[in-house]
Ligand binder design. Structure first.
Ligand code: DAH
Length: 348
């Protein structure tokens, strides 16, 4: 084999080896072996001594060309390896700023609070004030001022947790009526208020009873309030909570603090009044109590019952929520089971 053929073969093998090199150490080794003093090219050049003089320049320049080509190929490969190395590093160090964040869990108002909020909004829109009252209440306000003197039999239905003889856990939001009437300055206009809050009863908890539940009290006092005003207001509540097609009906009832007193039914929102299991085939569902404020109640709060009169109502947001959402056990509201509560997400 002539020297040129040897060089050509050497070049082919070397190029293959160069292109296979995967790291800088390997490519450096190749360079040292190939182009170094003891390398095959140097050896070929050394062999030129045995060639006839006229062939030497030809073979010499061919050998130089091969050396330059291999040297270039080595440099290029080296560069390539460096690029790959850098991009691999970049790849590893990549920070993807588009990664979604860890979602923050956002709470939501309890279903009972949602019902209260809805009713508060309705009444705030009609110029009512929203008043708070104490849950640890005086017997005086909870009963006496509501026309339920010490030995009144109607106290039986509202036994409660007594703190002392004087203080008890309020059984109703009605005492807020007396507290508000006492303070109201009628020279500045009528009294229109609602008062939502927690109430307590000495009841054994079951599907329909809880020792703790909620009420919203309503009270309007002015000079010429009639039962028509009461009915219109109650109808508005029924339509706001249970749907705008709802009708209401009033049935005579008894509360010590109202006269006359009524029990309020709303036309069944499930069957529209035809009769179904929700309304127990009657077409109507009892939702709240109301009436015209008893003159005794007005007088005890220092209001002239010959000039002023008004209406009052008391409703249970727990009962409203049970009816509206088909919850058949009141205890669900107080167990704090997220699987139950999450069903009433306002965010859909
Ligand atoms: N306080 C009553 C109860 O707890 C509910 C009630 C009925 C309130 C009629 C009222 C009313 O203001 O007029 O059973």
């Amino acid at each position: 084999m002539g020297l040129k053929d040897k060089l050509t073969e050497l070049k082919r093998n070397a190029l293959e080896e160069i292109n296979d090199a995967k790291d800088l150490k390997k490519i450096n080794d190749i360079r040292v072996n190939l182009l170094g003093k003891k390398g095959p090219i140097t050896e070929v050049l050394r062999g030129m001594r045995d060639l006839p003089k006229e062939e030497r320049p030809n073979v010499g320049s061919f050998a130089n060309k091969v050396r330059d080509e291999l040297s270039n190929a080595i440099s290029e490969r080296k560069e390539r390896i460096e690029i790959i190395k850098t991009s691999k590093r970049l790849e590893e160090e990549k920070l993807d700023v588009t990664l979604p964040g860890v979602p923050v869990k956002i709470g939501q108002p309890h279903i009972i609070m949602q019902v209260i909020d809805q009713i508060e909004k309705l009444f705030l829109g009609m110029g009512y004030q929203v008043v708070d009252g104490p849950e640890v209440e005086e017997d005086h306000y909870n009963f006496e001022m509501m026309n339920l003197p010490k030995d009144h039999p109607a106290r039986d239905m509202q036994d409660t947790f007594y703190i002392t003889d004087k203080f008890l856990m309020r059984t109703q939001t009605s005492p807020v009526q007396a507290r508000t009437m006492e303070k109201h300055d009628f020279s500045k206009g009528s009294l229109k208020m609602i008062s939502p809050g927690k109430v307590y009863r000495r009841d054994t908890d079951d599907a329909t009873h809880s020792h703790q539940f909620h009420q919203i009290e309503g009270l309007v006092i002015d000079k010429s309030i009639t039962m028509a005003d009461l009915k219109g207001t109650l109808q508005l509540i029924a339509r706001t909570v249970f749907g705008k097609e709802r009708e209401i009906r009033l049935r005579p009832s008894y509360f010590p603090f109202t006269e006359p007193s009524v029990e309020v039914d709303v036309s069944c929102f499930k069957c529209g009044g035809d009769g179904c299991s929700v309304c127990k085939q009657t077409g109507w569902i009892e939702v709240l109590g109301a009436g015209m404020v008893h003159p005794n109640v007005l007088k005890m709060s220092g209001i002239d019952a010959d000039i002023y009169g008004g209406f009052a109502f008391g409703l249970g947001p727990d009962r409203f929520a049970m009816l509206k959402y088909g919850v058949d056990d009141i205890r669900e509201f107080y167990l704090n089971d997220m699987r139950f509560l999450k069903q009433f997400s306002q965010r859909g």
